[in-house]
Design a protein around this ligand. Structure first.
Ligand SMILES: [Zn+2]
Length: 404
């Protein structure tokens, strides 16, 4: 068991308060702090902080002795790597419209781009690794997002309510085919419109949304989202695409699960995110970054789904967020001071304190984590316990979901 020091990424959409406040730094921070990465991703690994103050990259430590750190079964199952990546994500502004590939698509795409000689850090590189990236985000503030395709019949109602003549034909096409094929046809039409058409269509949509945004009807939130996105990304096809997606606000403690092919965009808010250890993102707009529409169309799942909200289930003293992903499992503890609880799960784990503080003990060691601090438990650190040191202490625990 050792303390971790974690890289913070300064993407432009990040919040200047959430992460610096959690880390006890100056607020607002001089630069946006979008994500803190806790794990062993090759692009940005956490550091193990030894008792003497020395440091070792977690990635290097895993490379040196995967069997010890991961345990023999997991070392084999996960090919000597840490299967999950944990993040604190804090967004003040919308993130790009995106989807992630399946494992098969990622392997094929990675091999294809390697063969084409596209440098792994090139701006037009889609597949940074050969892994899929299912992800789950648990809100720690109210979290707003667009996730997955809405029931097309509801989208037809939305388009009719917006009442923009230029969109009437599109609404009727979807009304005639209110299924995955209809969504594919409409999304493909919109995302490939020439810029000159978008430059008149998006402002028309904006005008249509002004009235809807002001009433308290079924789609006022959706209309406000269109206005916010079109102000930030005028003439962007992603604004049209946003019309097709579920618009959700989730409360702290609830989570969203994004499987392969799910089109999504986080709009604002902060959360604890866990994912398979990958950086494979295919973008469809609402970003200055590389957008590859044909590749996005290849991986998208056009079946409509209700918002994929995951409610935590009790798991002893903890709450757990189950998903089909084997690479990760997120648990949360809302602790009471003066109690000592077992730290569940096995294999390699990362424990993060987001509120309060805790004393963590294993057979051989004892460490304290305050707010924003985190620690690494290797497979050898069995029988760990956590003792919250303040009322309302909140801990998140990342592991894989294997029962070995
Ligand atoms: Zn994503």
């Amino acid at each position: 068991m050792e303390l971790l020091d974690n890289p913070v990424r300064a993407y432009a959409w990040g919040s200047r308060t959430v992460i610096p406040e959690m880390l006890g730094q100056e607020v607002p921070s001089p630069h946006p702090q979008a994500e803190m990465w806790l794990g062993a991703h090759p692009a940005d690994s956490s550091q193990l902080v030894h008792p003497d103050g020395g440091r070792t990259s977690l990635l290097d430590a895993l490379g040196a002795d995967p069997k010890l750190l991961l345990g023999p079964e997991r070392s084999e199952r996960w090919d000597s790597t840490l299967p999950f990546l944990l993040k604190v994500l804090a967004a003040d502004e919308p993130l790009s419209l995106q989807a992630h590939p399946s494992l098969e698509q990622a392997r094929e795409g990675f091999a294809r781009e390697e063969a084409a000689g596209i440098a792994r850090d090139a701006a037009n590189r889609n597949y940074k690794d050969a892994n899929h990236k299912p992800e789950l985000i648990c809100a720690i503030t109210e979290l707003d997002a667009l996730v997955g395709f809405r029931d097309p019949t509801a989208t037809v109602r939305l388009l009719r309510a917006i009442g923009v003549p230029e969109l009437n034909g599109h609404a009727e096409l979807l009304a005639a085919q209110p299924d995955a094929d209809g969504l594919r046809a409409l999304f493909t039409t919109w995302i490939t419109l020439p810029q000159a058409v978008l430059d008149t269509l998006v402002p028309a949509l904006q005008d249509g949304c002004v009235k809807l945004a002001g009433d308290d009807g079924e789609f006022s939130t959706e209309a406000r989202t269109v206005l916010e996105l079109s102000e930030r990304y005028p003439g962007d096809a992603g604004v049209l695409a946003a019309l097709l997606l579920n618009r959700v606000s989730i409360d702290p403690g609830d989570a969203l699960y994004l499987p392969a092919g799910n089109l999504h965009a986080y709009l604002s808010g902060a959360g604890i995110e866990i994912m398979a250890n990958s950086d494979n993102v295919l973008r469809g707009g609402l970003t200055p970054k590389h957008v590859d529409v044909p590749e996005l169309l290849r991986v998208l799942d056009f079946r409509s789904t209700p918002p994929p909200i995951v409610e935590g289930k009790p798991d002893g003293d903890w709450v757990r967020y189950d998903t089909p992903a084997e690479e990760f499992l997120l648990r949360r503890l809302d602790g009471t001071s003066g109690t000592t609880v077992p730290v569940p799960g096995g294999g390699p784990r990362i424990l993060l304190c987001t509120v309060g503080g805790a004393r963590v003990r294993t057979a051989g060691a004892e460490l304290e984590v305050g707010r924003g601090a985190s620690l690494w438990l290797s497979a050898a650190d069995t029988d760990a316990t956590a003792e919250p040191l303040a009322e309302g202490t909140q801990l998140f625990l990342a592991s894989d979901s294997l029962v070995v």
